[in-house]
Ligand binder design. Structure first.
Ligand SMILES: Nc1nc2c(ncn2[C@@H]2O[C@H](COP(=O)(O)OP(=O)(O)OP(=O)(O)O)[C@@H](O)[C@H]2O)c(=O)[nH]1
Ligand SMILES: [Mg+2]
Length: 354
């Protein structure tokens, strides 16, 4: 299943500009049976030079990158939870995403109207937080009614009801659900309520071209990812050679979109491992800390169920030795078992039996 990210923010802050820049690199969606693509949903490859290197070495018939799904929704405004603007009805579209990216307007352009009349990033963040919390309180009210009814028949639901009540009180004070102190088990109990403010969040500061390289104020104690959506959308149309030139001219190391996707991976505790065969070189997404059978299960549940062993070469060794045979001869092809903790960049071949 692809990692999915919902994009939120006030109207006119550059969400769709960013989304369009991201999805202009969209992969052929037909490769991904899970992706029912609607106009506001885009599946984007995770930029990874290691995949390019493996392709160079293995020359496979096809290449499948890891992907992230982005969902663009209409801007939220103050009072969205009471039906103001269009935003609220679209929140349902991002209830089941894994994370939320909030685009915050830092750019000053008098031709682009700001809904509150002035560019004020911190106040905008406050507005969005309030709206997301209020939307969650609405969800919570319905969930509590249901839980209170169900708990009468099923006492096992008591802990869930208790934590739900606690988080409701917490949100009623204006806090995001995720900031409430709770145990991992309690967190798990809340999972199927799909609270928006429970999701990990990243902030993108949509900055002026002239602000590239300047310091930005922290938001919620973290530094926002600076992106100039306007420039990103220009970069999205360039070929590889033009892109190198353009980045140099702008004094950028890589497109901001790459940084965004990478940081989302990190935030969510995800990493990539690879399979490399002549038919296909492919990147797979797995939790940091996952053991070999869980990684195998990302490919197919049979691989996990019938897991025997994983022939593993680290990317660095593959890169240096250039072929699986050479890696094997050098003793760099390891046979790993059920307890092996997969590392970022492992090139793996699973043996299984079902
Ligand atoms: N100057 C400047 N203008 C931008 C930038 N990013 C977006 N814009 C402009 O801002 C306007 C709104 O951009 P959108 O991407 O449509 O904004 P949005 O957040 O999707 O807005 P809603 O869908 O209405 O919520 C457009 O005219 C964009 O061209 C930027 O980085 N700099
Ligand atoms: Mg938009």
């Amino acid at each position: 299943m692809a990692l999915s990210i919902g994009i939120v923010g006030l109207p006119n802050v550059g969400k769709s500009t960013l989304f369009n820049a991201l999805t202009r690199k969209a992969v052929d969606a037909s490769n991904y049976p899970f992706a029912t693509i609607e106009p506001n949903v885009g599946v984007v490859p995770v930029p990874d030079p290691r995949v390019d290197r493996l392709v160079e070495l293995v020359k496979p018939q096809r290449t499948v990158p890891a992907v992230v799904e982005f969902v663009d929704i209409a801007g939220l405004v103050k009072g969205a939870n009471e039906g103001e603007g269009l935003g609220n009805q679209f929140l349902a579209n991002i209830r089941e995403t894994d994370a939320i990216v909030e685009v915050v307007r830092f750019f000053s352009d008098e031709n682009v109207i700001h809904v509150d009349g002035k560019v004020d990033p911190l106040s905008d963040v406050e507005t969005i937080r309030t709206e997301l919390v209020l939307a969650d309180l609405g969800t919570m009210e319905r969930s509590l009614t249901r839980l209170e009814r169900e708990v009468k028949r099923d006492k096992a639901l008591e802990p869930k009801l208790a934590i739900a009540r606690r988080v409701e009180a917490w949100m009623a004070e204006g806090h995001r659900a995720s900031t409430m102190p709770m145990t991992a088990e309690e967190r798990e109990l809340l999972r199927d309520l799909h609270l928006l403010t429970m999701k990990p969040m990243l902030y993108v500061a949509n900055i002026d071209e002239s602000a590239i390289g300047t310091d930005l104020p922290e938001i919620d104690g973290v530094r926002p990812i600076p992106i100039c959506a306007k420039i990103e959308s220009e970069m999205a149309d360039l070929d590889a050679e033009e892109l190198v030139e353009y980045l140099e001219m702008e004094g950028l190391e890589e497109p901001g979109l790459n940084t965004l996707i990478r940081e989302a991976y990190q935030l969510l505790g995800l990493q990539s491992y690879f399979t490399a065969g002549v038919q296909e070189v492919r990147a797979w997404t797995v939790r940091v800390g996952a053991k070999a059978p869980e990684a195998a299960g990302v490919i197919h549940s049979d691989f996990e169920r019938g897991f025997i062993k994983a022939e593993t070469i680290s990317f660095a060794d593959y890169d240096a030795l250039e072929t699986e045979a050479a890696a094997k001869a050098a003793g760099k092809l390891r046979i790993e078992g059920k307890e092996y903790v997969v590392k970022d960049g492992d090139v793996m071949h699973f043996r299984f039996n079902v």
